[in-house]
Design a binder for this molecule. Structure first.
Ligand SMILES: Cc1ncc(C[n+]2csc(CCOP(=O)(O)OP(=O)(O)O)c2C)c(N)n1
Ligand SMILES: [Mg+2]
Length: 362
C-alpha cells in the first residue's frame, strides 16, 4: 500500500469538496404489461425488477471472473472492470429495445451484458478464442455485438460519440423509432468531438442520449482537476437538455432513461444524462495500489454505503418483491452460469494461424 505522496496530499487539500446535485429518488412504477418496446416485456413489476437485479449480478460476477483470469495469467492484456457501476448500464438498457443501439467504452463489459450479450462469447473474446465476438482478435476493448444493437466498445476516450450519433442519424432516416445511447466516462468531457456531435444532434433532432458515467476519476486523476465549470451547463449551450441521476439507484436510472428514450423516440431530439457512480477497483485490473490518488476510506464508503446491488436488494426485500434466501439462490445460479461460461472459453480453440489477417481492419 503506497502512502500519499506530498504532491498528492497538497493536491487533495486544495481540491474542493465534491458537490453533486442530489438525485431525486423515484418510487417504482408498475411496468407496462404490453410489449410496446420490442423487448420481452415483463408482465409484472417483480419480473422487471428481478431481471434488472439478475443483470447487475451477472455483470458483477462476470467481472469477478475477469479479475480471476487476469490474476491467474490466463488472459492476455488488461481489462477495465465495471464493478460498482452496474446500475447505470442495467438501468439504461432496461429502457431500450433490442433493436436500439448502444456504443461503449474501454470499460465496456457491463454495457455488453446489460444489452444482452452472451457471457461465454465475451469470455472467449477476452481469451483470444475463435468463439469470441471478434473471433478472438479484438479483446476486451473491442467487443461488439450487432445482434443486440451493441456497436462496440472503444479504446479511444470519446471515440464512440461520433458512432452513436451516426447511428442515431441512420435511425432517424430509417424511421423505425430506434434510438442510440452513447456511454462515456466523464474523462470524455475533455474531448472536442463530444460537443461537435451534440451540436449536430441538436440541430438535426437526432434520437441519441449521451450517458456520462461520472465515476469521479479519469484514470488516476480526480475529475475536478480536469473538468471546469458545471458539467450540466454544457449540453444546454447546444439546446441539449441535461440532467443527473444517482447512478447507484437502478430504478432511478431506469425511470429517467425511460423518459429520455421516449422523448428521443417521439422525435424530440438528443439529451444528456450524467450518472453519478464509482468504480470499486482500479482503472484497470493491474491498478491495485491506489492510495496515491484516492483513499481507502473513500472506496470503503462507496462499497458499503452506496453499493448498487446492496441498495437494490434492500429495496426489493423491503417491498416484499423477493426475500433474502431467493437472492442468495439467484447469486449461486448466476455464479455457476459465469463459471460455466469461463470454462467454455478456456476450453475453446484459438483461431487457426492462417486466419490471422482475416477480419482485421486496422
Ligand atoms: C483519446 C484518448 N486519450 C487518452 C487515452 C488514455 N485513457 C484511457 S482511459 C482514460 C481515462 C478515461 O476516464 P473516463 O472517461 O472517466 O472513463 P473511466 O475509465 O473512468 O470509466 C484515458 C485518459 C485514450 N484511451 N484515448
Ligand atoms: Mg471516469
Amino acid at each position: 500500500m503506497s502512502p500519499l505522496t506530498d504532491k498528492a496530499k497538497k493536491r487533495n487539500a486544495k481540491r474542493p469538496e465534491v458537490k453533486r446535485p442530489e438525485a431525486k429518488t423515484v418510487e417504482m412504477k408498475k411496468p407496462e404489461t404490453k410489449n410496446s418496446n420490442g423487448m420481452k416485456a415483463p408482465k409484472t413489476e417483480v419480473e422487471r425488477s428481478l431481471r434488472m437485479f439478475r443483470r447487475m449480478l451477472m455483470i458483477r460476477l462476470f467481472e469477478e471472473q475477469v479479475n480471476e483470469l487476469y490474476t491467474r495469467a490466463l488472459m492476455p492484456g488488461l481489462a477495465h472492470l465495471y464493478v460498482g457501476e452496474e446500475a447505470v448500464a442495467v438501468g439504461i438498457c432496461e429502457a431500450l429495445r433490442d433493436d436500439d443501439y448502444i456504443t461503449s467504452t474501454h470499460r465496456g463489459h457491463g454495457h455488453c451484458v446489460a444489452k444482452g450479450a452472451a457471457p461465454n462469447r465475451m469470455f472467449a473474446e477476452l481469451l483470444g478464442k475463435e468463439a469470441g465476438y471478434c473471433k478472438g482478435k479484438g479483446g476486451s476493448m473491442h467487443i461488439a455485438d450487432p445482434a443486440t444493437g451493441n456497436l462496440g466498445a472503444n479504446a479511444i476516450v470519446a471515440g464512440s460519440a461520433g458512432i452513436a450519433t451516426g447511428a442515431a442519424f441512420s435511425a432517424k432516416h430509417k424511421g423505425k423509432g430506434q434510438v442510440a445511447v452513447c456511454f462515456f466516462g466523464e474523462g470524455a468531457l475533455g474531448q472536442g468531438v463530444v460537443y461537435e456531435v451534440m451540436n449536430l444532434a441538436a440541430l438535426w433532432k437526432l434520437p441519441v442520449i449521451y450517458v456520462c458515467e461520472n465515476n469521479m476519476y479519469n484514470e488516476y486523476t480526480h475529475f475536478l482537476e480536469t473538468t471546469a465549470g458545471d458539467i450540466l451547463s454544457r449540453g444546454p449551450a447546444f439546446g441539449v437538455p441535461s440532467e443527473s441521476v444517482d447512478g447507484q439507484d437502478v430504478i432511478a436510472v431506469y425511470q429517467v432513461a425511460s423518459r429520455l428514450v421516449k422523448r428521443a423516440r417521439d422525435g424530440e431530439g438528443p439529451s444528456f444524462l450524467m450518472c453519478n457512480t464509482y468504480r470499486y477497483t482500479g482503472h484497470h485490473v493491474g491498478d491495485i495500489s491506489r492510495e496515491y490518488y484516492r483513499s481507502k476510506q473513500e472506496e470503503h464508503h462507496w462499497k458499503t454505503e452506496r453499493d448498487p446491488l446492496k441498495l437494490f436488494a434492500e429495496k426489493l426485500i423491503a417491498q416484499k418483491l423477493t426475500d433474502a434466501p431467493s437472492l442468495v439462490k439467484l447469486e449461486d445460479e448466476v455464479r455457476a452460469e459465469m463459471k460455466a461460461a469461463v470454462d467454455f472459453a478456456i476450453a475453446a480453440p484459438y483461431p487457426n494461424a492462417d486466419k490471422v489477417e482475416q477480419d482485421v481492419y486496422a
